[in-house]
Design a protein around this ligand. Structure first.
Ligand SMILES: Nc1nc2c(c(=O)[nH]1)N[C@H]1C(S)=C(S)[C@@H](COP(=O)(O)OP(=O)(O)OC[C@H]3O[C@@H](n4cnc5c(=O)[nH]c(N)nc54)[C@H](O)[C@@H]3O)O[C@H]1N2
Ligand SMILES: Nc1nc2c(c(=O)[nH]1)N[C@H]1C(S)=C(S)[C@@H](COP(=O)(O)OP(=O)(O)OC[C@H]3O[C@@H](n4cnc5c(=O)[nH]c(N)nc54)[C@H](O)[C@@H]3O)O[C@H]1N2
Ligand code: SF4
Ligand SMILES: [Mo]
Length: 815
């Protein structure tokens, strides 16, 4: 049995603190959202009735491979060459570790995505002489498309070098192996570019950029918290901004695992979130509404109670941690900089972080903070986890580190029933990936920094912008590959500003979008390449979060590529031929050869894994793995198993951060702190209460209608889960807004229009616009699609230079 893996980052963050300390001195008219559906094969009552008799030619195993954290097998029934019905997994049972991987409502509606009227049918080029984004297209042949792309790549490499070519973030097919869209290095386009000298890389991701960079400062690397099934050993489970019932919706994943664990053990569960989430609804005993971006202040308030009442685990802190108190600080640091000093008011700010202090920032009553502190400290053990909501904010790195510190103060790290304070870990199979090659270019930018690199690349430096691998960028981005991603426009921040940047084609000279749908990003392409969907090709699927279960899916080709679509393997092969590197790209193999090789090589690490032929027959293969307990070895013997932090311990005080605070060039208002202090940031909770124009904090939770923007143009999903802005009755009444009223949410960056959901399920002073809706500006520039990124900011976080898309101030009015 392969060893239990930590969950998450499929790539280790490119930039470890070690590297850091060295650097530091050491449409077509608007389509999509409003489009009406054409006729789908097999849709309609008569057909449904007929089909109950299974009047189909064959049933083929496929999968849903989008980036929702899960990956679900799907059985697709085919009649006359068309998919007429989609069925979920029918293997396994209802026990944790062997559970059925039941697809959520999105996967079950995948047919409406495959046969969507927005489906791209043929290669297209922006009409010569028209502005980028104007939506005027001409159909071109594949030959023309390949020729033009290859010629431009050659020219840009000659004129600017390989660092001018960027693979933008895109996670639409993240579950694939050959047709995989992220991380960039695992994609066919990286493999192609690596044959001709490489491309500008990015580190981090829009998911967890800030916590991924924060975790190494505390733990040396990403560890992951205990898997959710391990909460059977807990007395209490505390989830900070973690909503698995909506963000891990597969029946194979965390929704099922948390529900079953709760059912079997009744483990008391507290959800700390600005919203009363689906998870709160499903498993919580208590909901603690908190203002966005204030978890570090809440943790400080909890710590004050624990320290003054001596409820914290001093023995654990003495043995395993650096920087909790003045007795355990690294050399050369002046007095008063420990976490304890910060909490008690003995540090530079001379402010005790009392429950009353924390209450004024977080909105959580002081009495609640005191009660929670006693309960969390008294529960032995206690499972503390965080989702990625808290870290997707301007002070996200400190938010994340504060929650790790709470896990440390209560001595819960490294034991069954406890946890590290990170996101839950999950077992996963160590599948091989012989398809991946190396990028000769070592320069890399933060995933969120590409708009700056298009605009003023050569001004970006290591100490100011987090450029890695070089002191500064030499060239701007001149070409963007956007494969299975909508981060070119819709999923990046400040859409109106992004669009303006992209409209200037003297900056980025070539944008190629490879998608299956006419998306918001595709509108800003120069060349659009219509991809075959994953139902139209063979691939092997890497598993998603599933608690203690491991699995893999052999997703077969169900139907022929629709229209004039091609697979990315074919596209890259053709472009490689024109660049003189076809042999290097394909190694003489077909896509099926590669898939077979992945399976064959995976059997070396996983001997029980069935053969390619067997997998093809069975579709999905599952194995019962082990529960995950993060840092168990370190807990058992911290001397024999030190962490990779400078001290080998859990660093509540981080020396690399102490150095960076002195050397990095930060804009006014940004702050790097060696201990996880609460930082009042731009557009944060404090500013909201001082800002008369924009007094509401706006977050954008991940929503069940869509996976980001994917499935956002599916009729069934739009009907079942409409796009609405959540607002508390107090804030609604003050503005004369009733439930279902159409409202506008706005700030200086933009204005969106959508119906209001007036509900006490969200804290006063906070609104939430579910992220991922398709940007659709009307004639006046009002985004009637309701994309939260019309409102969000390009401004990155201080350390990770990551996205802070949950930090946004707005106001609301009736439309
Ligand atoms: N304001 C705000 N913004 C956010 C977030 C937030 O919380 N708030 N979340 C961020 C996060 S965590 C993430 S991961 C990103 C996600 O951002 P993206 O990775 O851009 O995710 P999607 O919007 O789902 O875009 C995936 C694209 O892949 C396409 N696609 C699907 N299947 C196929 C296929 O078979 N072939 C091809 N070629 N294309 C396909 C879809 O049509 C879609 O256009 O968004 C980020 N943006
Ligand atoms: N249905 C669905 N599932 C998805 C996705 C999707 O788009 N749709 N996207 C997938 C992807 S790529 C990712 S990265 C994950 C994202 O997973 P997360 O990042 O965990 O999801 P979010 O909804 O952004 O945030 C989780 C919760 O944090 C809360 N929150 C926001 N700010 C704060 C804060 O400052 N403090 C606290 N305590 N809570 C806060 C939000 O209200 C939300 O309920 O989800 C994945 N799953
Ligand atoms: S969206 Fe996620 S949970 Fe839903 S079917 Fe697809 S992979 Fe499964
Ligand atoms: Mo994500």
């Amino acid at each position: 049995m392969p060893p239990t893996q930590q969950s998450r980052p499929r790539t280790v963050p490119r930039r470890s603190f070690l590297k850091w300390s060295a650097a530091a001195g050491g449409g077509a008219a608007l389509v999509g959202a409003g489009a009406s559906l054409g006729v789908l094969p097999g849709v309609g009552r008569a057909n449904a009735a007929t089909l109950t008799a299974r009047d189909v030619d064959k049933t083929v195993w496929s999968a849903c491979v989008v980036n929702c954290g899960s990956r679900c097998p799907l059985r697709m029934e085919v009649k006359d060459g068309q998919i007429v019905r989609v069925l979920p997994d029918n293997t396994g049972d209802d026990a944790i570790g062997t559970q059925q991987i039941r697809a959520c409502v999105r996967g079950r509606s995948i047919r409406h995505r495959i046969y969507n009227p927005d489906r791209l049918k043929t290669p297209m080029r922006r009409k010569p002489g028209t502005a980028r984004g104007a939506g005027e297209w001409e159909e071109i042949s594949w030959e023309e498309a390949f020729d033009e792309i290859a010629r431009t790549i050659e020219r840009l490499i000659t004129d600017y070098g390989n660092e001018s070519i960027y693979l933008n973030y895109g996670t639409g097919t993240i579950g694939g192996t050959i047709a995989c869209s992220w991380p960039p290095i695992a994609t066919p386009f990286a493999r192609l570019m690596n044959c001709v000298g490489g491309y500008l890389n990015h580190y981090g991701d829009y998911s967890a950029a800030n916590i991924e960079q924060a975790a190494p400062f505390t733990f040396g690397s990403w560890i992951g918290s205990n898997s959710f099934d391990d909460a059977k050993h807990s007395q209490l489970q505390v989830m900070f901004g973690n909503n698995p019932h909506e963000t891990r919706m597969s029946g194979g994943g965390e929704t099922f695992v948390t529900q079953q664990t709760k059912k079997a053990t009744g483990v008391r569960t507290i959800v700390i979130d600005p919203r009363y989430t689906e998870t709160a609804l499903g498993v919580a005993d208590e909901w603690v509404p908190v203002r966005p971006g204030t978890d570090a202040a809440l943790v400080a308030g909890l710590a004050h109670v624990m320290i003054t009442e001596k409820l914290h685990d001093q023995a654990f802190l003495d043995t395993y941690c650096q920087g909790f108190d003045e007795e355990h600080m690294p050399g050369g640091i002046p007095a008063g900089h420990s976490y304890r000093s910060y909490i008690l008011g003995d540090g530079p700010d001379k402010t005790p972080k009392t429950p009353a202090w924390a209450a004024s920032i977080t909105g959580v009553p002081a009495a609640t903070i005191t009660r929670l502190a006693r309960e969390i400290a008294g529960a032995k053990p206690c499972a503390i986890t965080q989702g990625w909501g808290p870290q997707r904010s301007a002070n996200g790195e400190n938010q994340a580190r504060a929650i790790f510190t709470l896990a440390a103060m209560t001595g819960n790290i490294g034991i069954p029933g406890g946890g590290t304070g990170e996101r839950e870990g999950s077992y996963s199979l160590p599948m091989a990936n012989p398809w991946v090659t190396e990028n000769p270019v070592e320069t890399s930018i933060s995933v969120f920094g590409w708009t700056d690199a298009v605009d003023h690349g050569p001004e970006m430096t290591a100490l100011k912008d987090g450029v890695v691998g070089k002191d500064k960028l030499d060239v701007p981005i001149k070409m963007i590959w956007q494969y299975a991603g909508n981060a070119l426009v819709n999923q990046h921040a400040d859409i109106n500003r992004t669009v303006k940047l992209l409209e200037d084609d003297t900056k980025c000279e070539l944008i190629v979008v490879v998608d299956t749908q006419m998306t918001v990003s595709a509108r800003y392409a120069d060349i659009i390449l219509p991809d075959a969907s994953n139902a139209e090709q063979l691939d092997v699927v890497q598993q998603g979060s599933a608690g203690s279960m491991g699995y893999t899916i052999l997703a077969d080709q169900v139907i022929e590529p629709l229209y004039d679509c091609k697979t990315t393997y074919e596209m890259c092969t053709e472009i490689a031929r024109r660049l003189g590197v076809e042999r290097q790209f394909t190694e003489g193999k077909t896509q099926e050869d590669w898939v077979r090789q992945v399976v064959d090589e995976s059997r070396e690490a996983i001997p029980e894994l069935p053969s390619f032929e067997e997998l093809r027959e069975m579709g999905v293969w599952k194995v019962k793995g082990e529960s995950y307990v993060g840092l168990q070895d370190f807990r058992a013997d911290p001397v024999a198993n030190p962490l990779t932090t400078p001290s080998g311990k859990i660093e509540i005080f981080s020396t690399p951060l102490w150095e960076m605070a002195k050397t990095w060039e930060l804009p006014e208002g940004d702050k790097i702190t060696a201990i996880p202090e609460h930082v009042a940031t731009w557009e944060g909770a404090e500013e909201a209460r001082a800002n008369a124009a924009y007094p509401l904090q706006c977050i954008g939770h991940h929503y069940k209608q869509r996976t980001h923007s994917t499935y956002g143009n599916v009729d069934w999903m739009r009907e079942a889960h409409p796009q609405v802005v959540w607002i508390n009755p107090v804030d609604a009444q003050a503005r004369g807004i009733a439930n279902d009223d159409v409202v506008q949410v706005f700030n200086d960056r933009g204005r969106i229009q959508l119906p209001a959901r007036v509900t006490p399920r969200i804290a006063p002073g906070v609104v939430s616009v579910p992220q991922g809706a398709w940007y659709r500006p009307d004639a006046k520039g009002v985004d009637v699609g309701g994309s939260v990124n019309t409102l969000t900011s390009w401004r990155p976080t201080a350390i990770a230079k990551g996205n802070a898309q949950h930090t946004t101030l707005v106001n609301i009015e009736k439309a």
